[in-house]
Design a binder for this molecule. Structure first.
Ligand SMILES: Cc1ncc(COP(=O)(O)O)c(C=O)c1O
Length: 424
């Protein structure tokens, strides 16, 4: 065991076996680049944990955060208030595409999902207590707390006992795979399932991601979100969108629901909020809905660090930076060009099942997880750090990529695929 492995042996590693020390150890990051302990530099096509949307080490965000830490780091929101939380809520209200006018803050994406589900459950307690069931996607991922694991449909992401499985109904793609998942037939198939579920069950809430991130990097078929909204309206069902991954820019819009012209009743978001500087998540909700909750709309929730002044300041600085630099439009442009490059080069290649993308979230799907793993490794050696999830290699770089970095990233991934395929 080398020094790094020995140090890492004290660390409980999420999603990995206790003795699994595989993967690089990173020591520095700047812009779109990471450097590992061996001094190898790679383009970070994982954006940290998919959350460093503007690039690593943005001075204005880091400075604002540090300065707020020195002035007033945090107070307890149940007792008093801090200005940065008000300012952030006001800024978020001005951002298009989420349908909310009040914002509750938590720390992780999982907490935001739990909070959104809690608000929808409180609503149903007040309006019709029979409608506590929830509809989610078979391949959805909503976080790793026990409730979120119960709501998620992916077997590989949850082994804790199911807490509310009996009230969860799952939508699935059925026989549709690869590019077929984007087809109008897949859209009809899913919409029909939802209609049947809402007619046959007591479901009061539909919880979906506009883009199945952990579930394979899959954008829902175009127009499906609008169908889901329409069907929810027909049945008086609440639509909760999990925009933890897509929220704030990733798909080339501030929120992914904008693409389909949809407004959710509740939107949970997190990853793009502080550019990876600190933990923060949020739920956007309409005050009309809040007014219908029991106890005058009191939402009984809160974590020690909820809406910390420093985190809210980091988020405000992130929003300001994104607006000033046009990061959302940049993401759309870079994503479109990368998808074009990867599609042209890899379409029809042996072992490649699909090349797809939604803004700056691109996926190359292979015929096996082994191929995807080899591609990730070879791409790393060439200088591109990608994310492997099962048979899919995902690229979610920050929106600060220069034209040259964009070309390099596409080139490294294409070269890696060709090398791996040639060796098979
Ligand atoms: C769509 C989605 N929902 C929820 C979560 C959970 O967020 P967190 O890991 O911050 O708890 C994630 C995390 O990847 C996610 O991608």
């Amino acid at each position: 065991m080398n020094h790094g492995e020995q140090a890492a042996s004290a660390l409980g590693r999420p999603w990995r076996a206790p003795r699994d020390h595989s993967g690089p150890t990173f020591v520095t990051a700047r812009g779109a680049w990471l450097a590992d302990r061996e001094g190898h530099r790679v383009i970070d096509a994982t954006s940290g944990a998919l959350n460093v949307f503007c690039g690593h080490g943005v001075e204005s965000i880091v400075d604002a955060y540090l300065s707020q830490l020195r002035t007033l780091a945090h107070v307890d929101m149940s007792q008093g208030l801090a200005e940065p939380a008000h300012l952030l809520a006001e800024r978020l209200r001005d951002i298009p595409g989420h349908g909310g006018d009040r914002f509750f803050f938590a720390n992780s994406g999982s907490e935001a999902i739990e909070l959104a589900v809690k608000i929808s459950s409180l609503y149903w307690v007040a309006v019709d207590s029979r409608r506590t069931d929830i509809v989610t996607f078979e391949r959805g991922y909503h976080g790793s707390t026990s409730l979120c694991q119960s709501l998620s449909g992916l077997p590989q992401t949850g082994t804790t006992p199911d807490r509310c499985g009996s009230g969860v109904h799952r939508l699935g793609f059925g026989e549709f795979t690869g590019a077929g998942q984007r087809s109008s037939e897949a859209r009809e198939h899913i919409a029909e399932q939802l209609r049947t579920m809402l007619a046959d069950t007591a479901a009061g809430t539909v919880l979906v991601e506009p883009f199945l991130n952990v579930g394979g990097g899959i954008r829902l078929p175009e127009g499906l979100l609008a169908d889901i909204r329409r069907i929810c309206d027909e049945y008086g069902t609440l639509l909760v969108l999990d925009e933890v991954f897509t929220g704030l820019g990733r798909t080339g819009a501030w929120f992914a629901q904008e693409h389909d012209g949809v407004r959710a009743d509740l939107t949970a978001f997190s990853k793009g909020l502080t550019n990876g500087v600190c933990a923060l998540s949020a739920v956007a909700v309409g005050s009309g809905l809040l007014e219908r909750l029991p106890a005058g709309g009191i939402v009984s929730y809160g974590h020690t660090m909820s809406a910390s002044a420093a985190a809210c300041t980091a988020a405000s600085a992130t929003l300001e930076y994104m607006r000033r630099t046009g990061a959302v439009d940049a993401a759309a442009g870079i994503g479109r060009r990368l998808l074009g490059e990867l599609g042209r080069a890899l379409h029809g290649t042996d072992g490649v099942l699909d090349v797809r993308g939604h803004g700056l979230a691109l996926s190359v799907e292979f015929d096996s997880a082994d191929t995807a793993e080899s591609v990730q490794q070879v791409a790393y050696d060439l200088g591109a750090y990608t994310r492997q999830q099962g048979g899919t290699v995902m690229l979610a770089p920050p929106a600060c990529l220069s034209g040259e970095e964009e070309d390099r990233l596409a080139d490294h991934v294409v070269t890696a695929v060709r090398k791996v395929v040639a060796a098979q």
